[in-house]
Design a binder for this molecule. Sequence first.
Ligand code: G3I
Length: 338
Amino acid sequence: WTEVPPLKDAYTNDFLIGNITGSNRLSGDEFNLLKKHYNVATPENDFKPENLYGWGGRTLNFDNADRIERALSAAGIKLHGHTLVWHRQTPQWMNDGVTAVVAKANLEAHVTQVVTHFKGKVISWDVVNEAFNDGLSNGNDWRAALRKDVPWYQALNEGYIELAFRAARAADPDAMLYYNDYSLDNFAKASAVANMVEEINNKYKGEGHTRNLIDGVGMQGHYQTTWFNVNSVKTSLELFISKGVKVSISELDIRTADYKEGTSADTTMSASAQISQGKMYAQLFQMLKAHAANIERVTMWGIDDKNSWLSAGNPCLFTRDLKVKQAFYGVLDPEGFL
Ligand code: G3I
């Protein structure tokens, strides 16, 4: 990773290039690599409610989150906050089996306190994460498409989404506010998200606001080489842009066919597998570059194949020992690679 040019420099005129970080990864090779190649970072877990409250506690503890903020700031790396409202990694006391009044108070208090704490230090937030169902065949009725197994939904119905965005906007008017989800290359799911964003933004503007309430959609981007289709990503991306919001690719990785659910095979990729994975990264970045005016950030979900949340599948740009993969070159120069 040391001898190749900084990845971020290849996209200076396009969008920010990001990766993940954590409070236990703020030094050494991994952090130096982050500093060289990326100009924005997302804390993989430390900003999630579960971690901010310390496993079930009710008092916010920003020690680890603040260490991340200070390290990134000192390294000149921008900070994207992930995530305020989600059904996972959230203490039960906040929303599980409580009345609507209590859930609303907890949601607003959480969003307000966290966003206020990082006001001016976080460029953008994933305000609500993964609110929609998979496997949709139709996204026309976004309310019907919402996940119903989300405690926030069970307490507050669909209103929890708008409440969260309003609290975040009030706490830091300058931060970009994102709705973030996976499988948005599925057009039905993307349509449901787009319809929700449009309705909430129209309502907000109808109140006399001159800007959107939901500024952007984060397309997570957890893909697999066996089914990745750049045109599906493009179609959804253009749908979001047509609704007047920005798009970020927020959690990009393209796992290979080595990936098997539940396995942790420490496999080495063949040269040909590396090249075909590299081509998919290149196709994606070529398409993203063409839409750069409406893309704010492209963030990878993992520095290297060893530290990825995926224990198999070698989804990242660097090998387990931080060697440069073909995927890196595919991102560095998509035209040249293809
Ligand atoms: O920190 C504890 C450790 O103390 C304990 O010994 C260990 C035992 O299991 O668990 C550790 O916590 C784990 C944590 O990652 C830190 O490594 C959790 O169990 C594990 O569930 C958690 O996984 C995270 C996952 O979100 C949980 O929802 C992954 O790191 C993280 O990459 C992943 O990220 C999500 C995004 O937030 C949203 N989109 C999908 C994406 C991938 O699943």
